[in-house]
Each structure stands twice: as structure tokens, then as C-alpha cells.
Design a protein around this ligand. Structure first.
Ligand code: CA
Ligand code: CA
Length: 420
């Protein structure tokens, strides 16, 4: 056996025609720090300036007696945390200093370019109080690397100040992907807008294209045929301002007979119908959340809308309908493993190979591989190992490597670049 350390980076070619990408590297041992419960602790931050001695890092130090103070006033105040990996954000907790906002938003993003409004809080408090704490409730805020707190209107003083932000969630499993991209869809009806009439716009993987139903459609629905049965981890909905207030996520094996799997009623976190009219806060922003599906197996997934926000003024509109899961037959890969060539593995399944005695890897099945992770590589001479990387999906789900012949150091960086 031979040992190498993987550290560095270069690219592997990306071919859009391949559903799985292959790179020839040696197998590795993952060494990384377990995620802390509070994902925000010590993470990089960015803010709307800072007042002297009240730097942004003070809001992620888990110390309630230190604080960040915005350098900008009123609705110019914002604070961004880079969690450095993709997480399913379950909860956000914010402790403000007495310079706190009456109205604010929590937004999430995978790329710091496209932002989804996960919460809009209005009338937080109206008295001069220090150490006010906001905690989001039970609805999942979505999959994101970046979390942003944005001031809309201050309640006291004019520059927002935060003592402590904590973010809780779970790493998005590397084996998961958005299965809906490019799949066949059917809708109840579409409006005739040039940019909104194409139903495929909600499964094109782009956050800035959208589909819309006409306003006369009282119960718009949108169904996706995944092509075969898949195990569904979660459904992420990114609505335009005409979002569904009460809706169901339904599943079906034949596209005809539907089962209500999740029912959401009176969903108002992004904003109510009146405030949603305020272009200053909502223009070009998606409104969304993530709905857990517990790995239910289904081929068809449908959003069925019972009630819309913005009532009869606008038809339902969706930027993206993401269905995160995995194909159920992926596990078939491990049957007849002995007949496979040595070491051709999906990266998310290395633990299985360990059980089979083929790989000494500490990478476990649910790990997500992120920027800066370091690996020890062990391989048998003259036997190659391959990692398959699904190029479609996760922001980090690209495999980058270099090999330095001079010092026999193989370098791999499984993250940090978007390849689609
Ligand atoms: Ca602090
Ligand atoms: Ca889209």
C-alpha cells in the first residue's frame, strides 16, 4: 500500500452529455472536522460596513457581549455568512443589540448571486430593548451556502447591530441532486407571457427563468415526470411573488393517481399579499422553502395549489421546482461488485466499499465534500481508482485534481468551483 496526501486542484473536463463524470484518481481517506451544531460559528462574514470596534466577525463568535454594528443606515444594512458548504438550513437564530430592526428579511443563496427570501419578519418589536432574539420556526429555509440578514426598517437607532447569529442545519448529502432538471412536465395551464408561458422554465436549473399560470386558474398544478422511480429527499420551491399560500406536494407512480404527501397551509413566511406588492423589497427575488420528503419513492411529483398569495390578481408563478433525491437503482451498482473493475465508485458510496473490504476510507456515505478538505490517498500500485462525479448538481460537486510527477504528490480539491 502506498500513501499520498491530496491537497490541491485542477480541473477535469466537463461533458454535458455525460450524466456522470469520471476522473482518475487514487482512493482517499477523508479527514475533516465534524460540523459544529452552530454552522455560523467562525465562518467568513460580509456586511454593510462596520462601525469602529464593532466588526462583522463579532456576530459569529458565539459571544453575546460582542457585536457587529452596521456602517450603513436603515435598509442599507445587511449581514452575510458564508457557511462554505451547502446545507439544508433548518433554523436561524439572531440576537440583536438594541439597535434592531422592526422589519427584516432572512435570505438564502447557493451562489451569493441569486437570493431566495425565506422569511420576512414585520413588527419584530417596538420598544428599546437589548439582546432581542429572533428564532425562525419549523419550516426549512432551503438549501444554501450563504445566509443573509437584511434590514428593511429600523425600530431603534438607525444602524442595525447584531450580537449573535446562529445557523442550524444539515449538510446536503453528496449523493443528492436536483432530479427535476430537464425532465418532462405537465401543467394545469400556462399564461401567454413571452417569458412565462413555457412550463419547462421551472425545471431548467436557472433561477432567473420562470413559468406562470393564468390568473383565472384557481388551482394551478405542476407535475414532473422523473422518468423512473427515485427516492426523494426534499422538494425546494422557488416562487415568484405570486406564490402558493396553501398547497400540496403529491406523488404518483403513474401520473394519474395521486397521493397527498405533504400539505402546507397558510404559508406566509415570505410576506403577506399586501407587503408582497412592495417592489423595493421583492423585485427579482425568489420566495421559497424546502419541504422534507423522507426519501419517499416515486416517479411523479406534483405541486397542487389550493390558494395563492396575490389572489386573483396574478397567476401562480414558479422560478424553479427542484426535486432533490437520488435514483433508486443507483444502489444496484453494488451488486456483483466483484465483477467490476477495481475501484470504480460513486464518491458517495465509498463507505460501502469499505464494508466490502476494498477501501480503507473514512468518507462516509452521507458526507459532503467541500472546499479545503484534505484527504490521504492510499492505493495499490498499478491499480487505478475512479471517482464518478455528478456534474449536474451540487454547487461543490465537482472533482478537481492535479498530479505532480516531481514529488509524486497527487492533488485533489473537491470543491470551490461551479462547473455548470
Ligand atoms: Ca458576538
Ligand atoms: Ca427556471
Amino acid at each position: 500500500m502506498y500513501k499520498r496526501q491530496i491537497t490541491g486542484a485542477s480541473n477535469i473536463p466537463y461533458s454535458e452529455s455525460n450524466s456522470w463524470q469520471q476522473a482518475n484518481v487514487d482512493y482517499f481517506k477523508l479527514e475533516r472536522v465534524t460540523d459544529k451544531d452552530n454552522l455560523a460559528f467562525g465562518k467568513p462574514v460580509e456586511a454593510s460596513g462596520s462601525q469602529p470596534n464593532f466588526g462583522a466577525e463579532n456576530a459569529v463568535d458565539e459571544d453575546e457581549d460582542t457585536r457587529w454594528g452596521s456602517g450603513e443606515i436603515g435598509d442599507k444594512g445587511y449581514f452575510i455568512i458564508d457557511l462554505e458548504k451547502l446545507y439544508e438550513i433548518e433554523k436561524v437564530s439572531i440576537m440583536f443589540e438594541k439597535a434592531y430592526p422592526d422589519d427584516f428579511q432572512i435570505l438564502v443563496s447557493r451562489d451569493k448571486v441569486n437570493w431566495t427570501v425565506a422569511r420576512t419578519v414585520r413588527g419584530f418589536k417596538t420598544t428599546d430593548t437589548d439582546k432581542l432574539k429572533y428564532e425562525s420556526d419549523g419550516v426549512c429555509l432551503g438549501k444554501a451556502r450563504y445566509v443573509k440578514v437584511r434590514c428593511i426598517k429600523m425600530a431603534y437607532h438607525d444602524k442595525m447591530s447584531i450580537r449573535d447569529i446562529r445557523v442550524y442545519g444539515t449538510a446536503v448529502k453528496g449523493e443528492l441532486s436536483d432530479l427535476s432538471v430537464g425532465k418532462d412536465v405537465k401543467v394545469s395551464s400556462s399564461d401567454n407571457g413571452a417569458t412565462t408561458s413555457n412550463p419547462k422554465n421551472a425545471v431548467d436549473g436557472k433561477d432567473d427563468t420562470r413559468w406562470a399560470a393564468p390568473k383565472k386558474d384557481a388551482n394551478p398544478w405542476y407535475q414532473i415526470d422523473l422518468g423512473k422511480q427515485c427516492a426523494i429527499d426534499s422538494v425546494d420551491l422557488k416562487f415568484e411573488r405570486a406564490y402558493a399560500k396553501s398547497f400540496k406536494i403529491q406523488i404518483s407512480d403513474d401520473g394519474k393517481t395521486w397521493t397527498d404527501y405533504r400539505t402546507v397551509t397558510n404559508w406566509t413566511e415570505p410576506g403577506d399579499a399586501d407587503e408582497i406588492q412592495k417592489d423595493a423589497y421583492y423585485a427579482n427575488l425568489e420566495l421559497g422553502n424546502s419541504i422534507h420528503m423522507d426519501n419517499v419513492k416515486t416517479r411523479y411529483v406534483r405541486l397542487y395549489t389550493d390558494e395563492k398569495v396575490r389572489g386573483g390578481s396574478w397567476g401562480l408563478s414558479l422560478y424553479e421546482f427542484e426535486v432533490w433525491g437520488k435514483e433508486t437503482d443507483k444502489t444496484d451498482y453494488w451488486t456483483n461488485q466483484s465483477k467490476k473493475n477495481y475501484g470504480i465508485y460513486p464518491i458517495s458510496a465509498l463507505q460501502d466499499t469499505e464494508k466490502a473490504g476494498m477501501i480503507d476510507s473514512s468518507l462516509v456515505q452521507d458526507d459532503v465534500i467541500g472546499t479545503g478538505d484534505t484527504y490521504d490517498v492510499v492505493y495499490e500500485a498499478n491499480k487505478d481508482l475512479y471517482f464518478y462525479v455528478n456534474p449536474r448538481e451540487l454547487y461543490y460537486d465537482c472533482l478537481l485534481y492535479t498530479s505532480d510527477a516531481a514529488d509524486d504528490l497527487l492533488c485533489v480539491d473537491l470543491g470551490g468551483r461551479r462547473i455548470i
